[in-house]
Design a protein around this ligand. Sequence first.
Ligand code: NAD
Length: 483
Amino acid sequence: MTTVIERDQLFVGGRWRNPASGERIEVRSPHDQRQVASVPLAVEADADAAVGAARAALDGGDWAATTGKDRAEVIRRVSAGLQARAEELAGLVTDEMGSPAKFSLFGQAIAPAMVLDGYAELAERFPFEERRAGLVGPVLIQKVPVGVAVGIVPWNVPIFLACMKLGAALAAGTPIILKPPPEAPVSSFLLAEVLLDAGLPAGAVSILPGGADLGRYLVAHPGVDKVSFTGSSAAGRTIGATCGQLVRRCTLELGGKSAGIILDDADLATVVPQLLDSGLQNNGQVCAAQSRILAPAVRYNEIVDALADHVRGLVVGDPRDPATDVGPVVSGRQRDRVEGYLADGMASGARLLVGGGRPAGLDAGFYVEPTLFADVENTSRIAREEIFGPVVTVIRYRDTDEAVAIANDSDYGLSGSVWTADTDRGVAVASRIRTGTCAVNSVAVVEPRSPFGGFKQSGIGREMGPEGVEAYLETRTVVLPFG
Ligand code: NAD
């Protein structure tokens, strides 16, 4: 019997406050549907209070008076706080959304701290003011906070994605209101405790767990200047449309259908486990997952056999078990979605190599077997749409030009990878892929200190790196007297 976590207050304007309503979010484990937590649901009045506190911080509060160096120290304290509580944090995320313990400690707790450390370094050396020569005389180029920001976070890697937004906003000196999703709100309360311990000035950060209604309210709120959204393309389009209507700054990170290209000289013993780890990690619920594997015709059967052997050996089960490779998907709704794609794949003529159903003995949870389809046509739905579950497709190609063409024949353009014995060849191929990130012989398909974001339907804008900080800044030119 594990205890149910109860939270009674919300983190509004950097302080714990009683919620405006008595509505609650009941969180259940996707493994066995036991109750994990009960937390307050934030409502519009909480959002108004958070926006008010953020505006006060912007218009002359302590936060407005800080330098990049000051903010770097705050970010480092937040990072240290997350690292000190990494196991607890990882356990919360595993319980709330089913991420396997094997992935959680690094992906859900340590990696967010690494992202913050990157932002701390940037805050210290970012050129917030620069003197340049204009046409008629000298000018000062100033980078100032964009205003009040809202960060809308999905459930798959909730703290990592929150920190991609939080770290950039803190570095820029931009107050931010984070909205964690109702599927995974529990870990955000620990993040709030860490923020409080880090000594953040009032108003700089609020955390308001809630659903799409609250998200919509915040996106259109008259006191908000910038929206950073990660999630589905459908929600992203609506949010982008609202922001366009309001001429509101907007960053969209909308997922992908990334290709892992195995070149004909690759060493399969090292490639196969890494590539499948990327395709199936977090139960296949990663926006940058390498969910299309492109295999050369000359080694096709050998590659397909090696991939199938590896998937057959994966351990499926309780995400809290350190031996588990693949746990449940987040919800019944998500499992229905994934199963729809499985049926579609089978009807498309693709060859089902492993999986395709529900694993035996795990009926209480939202489990889908890790599934591998071979002989997939790049025109089929399972090759084109983001499944967001443990499903990987294998597509055959004849030569490198065709591999590049297939990888690029996608509505998405988020990430990708190239696997080869020859790094130069890998870089040459990676440089032809129309995605925001492409890794060579590496599983770092999201690089925690480098700009991350999408070409095409994968989104607009970048997070992390200097480009990520820029997204939370406005540029002002002060023209100085000449002569
Ligand atoms: P979603 O896009 O509906 O929700 C993501 C976040 O946005 C949540 O916090 C949600 O409350 C909020 N939201 C939803 N609609 C909104 C709106 N109109 N305005 C403001 N906020 C809104 O994602 P989901 O329903 O949780 O998952 C559906 C699909 O989205 C998944 O199957 C997957 O394909 C995709 N997804 C992608 C990512 C990613 O990292 N790119 C993450 C999660 C989900």
